[in-house]
Design a protein around this ligand. Structure first.
Ligand code: ADP
Ligand code: MG
Length: 785
């Protein structure tokens, strides 16, 4: 029996799902597969594992497994559930790609969906588990989709064996028909338990106009106004990337600085509790009034209301939801006398998935007394993490998605409109603690006409070669017939048959490749490296290639400075149009400009300049000449890894040479993991991770180049200044242009590459990133000197 702390028990009792415990458990006991859907924050992720534990599912010879599409969620949820159950992390643990704290005593294991997929490869029936919860199924991550397909077959097999496995699919209230109505997936339609949520009404305010391209500045303005004019309550802002989160956080911190001790020292503290409560109550009362005066109430927008009506079965009254067209001017006018009484400090916290878990945990803690909470987040905060006490949501309406060109394999990040479903999830975050407001920085027309209903599942948007190979290694020979919740493009599956040289059945090379935890092209390089006796180098190279951005993004920092000056320029133009705002804007302008001149930006950019210079120099040194130079970026990576290891992975060394410390640590882990995997597959190789990997000789560099070519053979480009450029602006760059198969316009070697401006006739590349123009990264020359 569990002994939960009283305050935990109290918090649990408030969660909607607690009232459904009996219904949920009865449904699970009676059915092999159950779908649980409920609004974000209703308690699915934290409570269902506990229900199962208390019903004995972790003590009948199997444990409880929970999969999450995001690492953040796996870590943070395992910690939360351990705390709630008053158990140690030995018993409630997590496992993600490179780390975990699971032990033989683990009873509940949170893991990423990719980790469980790997486990299926080892033990197809997942005998270690008595129940698998697939959480956040609505996110439709590829691994989640494949897991659901696999589990739909594993569940009946386990039943036949007399060792039943329960499958629980949990989702926000979105498009569950892909799971329930797909008879190829589940022949018997699984029952759906809906969890009612105590969602409070959220008033949605649309912008009258959709700002052109400057949604960050718009979000900043809106946050300032909310903070200065509206009653207490946390603010949650949705932007698209880590960089945007950081930019906006630093701007907001500068505008409303929090100085430790300052707030506590205010006389307000002496105010009696009762007085304060009374004041708060009064504030709450005026809130709707402020609302009506400040915003012109427009007739309800039908479409948007219908959208919010996602939760049509839930218990709140839809008439409570109003959508309004925000009248910018009204709000601007009332901003005029707010500069002096610049209010409380703002407790600004970033939230994105690569943030360390300690920093992530801060969003769950109460903000310092007298401060308003403001979380700037990527879409992590949409459904996987519920931030308490949010009353205002600012939605830029944007999402960053990775797009792949199926033919060329080019990947690009594009910022596009999110889906209607996402926008409504975001709005819903404002209604957890009380009635809330969502400010959409786009017009209702834009929402209606340009937002897709849902974002398409990932599996339809990315190459599937690695997946098909993994599936074949699980003896799923006919991938075309696999019960995917949404089937990927069949052309793509055929392409994999072709490139992996495995018709229907997997070949021995294919099987060896699948056992390496890397994508097929790298697996092929490893196999070749073995033949040439160069495995330690190939392992180090593949490890470095598999990690995103080993070197710091020097260009991004200078972009930030440019972005700031553009923002100031836009503000200046804006202030000329609206007199009343002039002082307000100038104040900010001045603030920004003084920062720029006095140093923050200027100093940062001169530091950055110096750093860029150092990095360029050392890269040039590392690239060397002869066969070394021909090996290009791969040589630079190898030398960077070697040098870092030689210096004992010192953060100072990394910092000096612009190497991301976190990335180099991942490289080490991946090197170790690959070395172990290969030692297991090929005991005669007898490899170890050499901390003093000496640079390859000229001959070795030549052989390594051939190995790289074998893995990247389909990513070949030819120097050709005649190739048509995508835009006129590119015409000066023309003399460095390359053409590559099936990519119509010119591509270029990235300026940070060792082979930049070397004009080698044929090169292969790791990938093409489309930023200002399509850039090849990870470039290796083909031709001889
Ligand atoms: P769902 O999975 O249905 O979206 P969750 O189980 O994630 O809901 O969340 C239930 C509640 O637990 C939320 O109110 C959330 O704020 C709270 N919660 C989750 N993690 C933590 C944490 N680390 N600290 C405090 N509260 C948390
Ligand atoms: Mg959840």
């Amino acid at each position: 029996p569990l002994s939960r702390l009283p305050e935990i028990e109290e918090a649990r009792q408030k969660l909607p799902i607690l009232g459904e415990e009996q219904a949920v458990m009865e449904c699970i006991n009676e059915n092999p597969t159950v779908i649980i859907c409920g609004e974000t924050g209703s308690g699915k992720t934290t409570q269902v594992p506990q229900f199962l534990y208390e019903a004995g599912y972790a003590h009948g010879g199997g444990i409880i497994g929970v999969t999450e599409p995001r690492r953040v969620a796996a870590i943070s949820m395992s910690q939360r559930v351990a705390t709630e159950m008053n158990l140690s992390t030995r018993e409630v643990s997590y496992q993600i790609r490179f780390e975990g704290n699971a032990t033989p005593d683990t009873r509940i294991k949170f893991m990423t969906d990719g980790v469980l997929l790997k486990e299926v490869q080892q033990d197809f029936l997942l005998l270690k588990y008595s129940v698998i919860i697939v959480d956040e199924a609505h996110e439709r991550s590829v691994y989640t989709d494949i897991l659901i397909g696999l589990l739909s077959r594993i569940v009946p097999l386990r039943a036949k064996k007399g060792k039943p496995l329960k499958l629980i699919i949990m989702s926000a209230t979105l498009r569950i028909e892909d799971f329930t109505e797909n008879s190829h997936l589940f022949r018997v339609k699984p029952p759906v338990v809906k969890v009612d949520s105590r969602q409070f009404p959220v008033t949605v305010h649309f912008n009258r106009r959709t700002p052109f391209d400057n949604y960050l500045a718009e979000a900043y303005k809106k946050a300032c106004k909310i903070h200065q004019q509206l009653p207490e309550g946390g603010i949650l802002i949705f932007v698209t990337s880590q960089q945007e989160v950081q930019t906006l956080c630093s701007k907001l911190k500068k505008a409303f600085p929090y100085i430790k001790g300052q707030v506590e020292a205010k006389p307000e503290k002496t105010e009696s509790r009762r007085e304060r409560r009374k004041k708060e109550e009064e504030e709450k009362k005026i809130m709707p009034k402020i609302d009506l005066n400040k915003y012109s109430v427009q007739p309800t927008d039908d479409e948007a209301e219908m959208e919010m009506g996602d939760d049509s079965d839930l218990d709140f009254d839809h008439n409570d939801i109003e959508t309004e067209e925000e009248d910018e001017k009204d709000m601007e006018e009332s901003a005029e006398n707010d500069i002096q009484k610049t209010v409380q400090p703002l407790w600004v916290l970033p939230l994105y998935s690569l943030l360390s878990s300690e920093k992530q945990a801060r969003v769950f803690r109460p903000s310092p007394e007298g401060c308003r909470l403001c979380v700037v987040a990527t879409n992590v905060a949409e459904t996987s993490l519920t931030i308490p006490n949010v009353r205002y949501v600012i939605d830029t309406g944007k999402a960053k998605t990775k797009y792949y060109d199926k033919v060329t394999g080019v990947s690009t990040f594009k910022i596009t409109w999110a889906s209607k479903a996402s926008a409504n999830q975001r709005a819903g975050r404002a209604g957890r603690v009380g009635p809330g407001h969502c400010y959409r920085l786009y017009s209702s027309a834009m929402f209606n006409d340009s937002f897709p209903q849902f974002s398409p599942p990932e599996i339809t948007r990315r190459p599937v070669d690695d997946l098909v190979l993994q599936m074949k290694d699980m003896n799923i020979d006919r991938v075309e017939n696999f019960p995917f919740p949404t089937t990927p493009d069949s052309e793509q599956i055929k392409l994999v048959h072709y490139t992996t040289a495995s018709a229907a059945k997997i070949t021995p090379l294919g099987r060896a490749m699948a056992s390496f935890p890397v994508s097929p092209r790298y697996a092929r390089m490893l196999a070749m490296g073995h033949q040439q006796g160069l495995l330690p180098y190939v392992i180090a190279a593949v490890a470095a290639l598999s990690v995103d951005q080993l070197f710091i993004d020097t260009r991004a920092s200078s972009d930030a400075a440019t972005e700031a000056s553009v923002a100031i320029l836009k503000m200046a133009i804006f202030s000329m149009q609206i007199d009343k705002e002039l002082i307000f804007i100038l104040y900010h302008l001045y603030h920004q400009l003084s920062l720029l001149c006095a140093g923050v930006f200027a100093q940062e950019s001169s530091d950055v300049q110096k750093k860029i210079q150092t990095i360029c120099n050392v890269k040039r040194l590392w690239a060397g000449s002869g066969n070394s130079l021909l090996l290009g970026d791969l040589m630079v990576l190898l030398k960077a890894v070697g040098a870092c290891e030689y210096e004992g992975l010192s953060p100072q060394f990394c910092d000096r040479y612009g190497i991301r410390f976190k990335a180099i640590k991942e490289v080490r882990k991946l090197r170790t993991q690959l070395t172990n995997a290969i030692n297991m597959a090929l005991p005669e190789a007898n490899l170890c991770v050499d901390p003093k990997l000496t640079p390859p000789t000229d001959l070795q560099a030549k052989l390594l180049r051939q190995i790289a070519l074998s893995g990247l053979a389909d990513h070949i480009a030819r120097f050709n200044p005649q190739v048509p450029t995508a835009s006129d602006a590119d015409s000066q760059k023309k003399k460095y242009a390359y053409e590559c198969c099936e990519f119509e316009e010119a591509v270029y070697i990235h300026p940070t590459s060792a082979l930049y401006k070397k004009n080698k006739e044929f090169v292969v590349y790791q990938n093409i990133h489309e930023t200002s123009r399509p850039y090849m990264k990870g470039v290796v020359a083909v031709e001889e000197e």
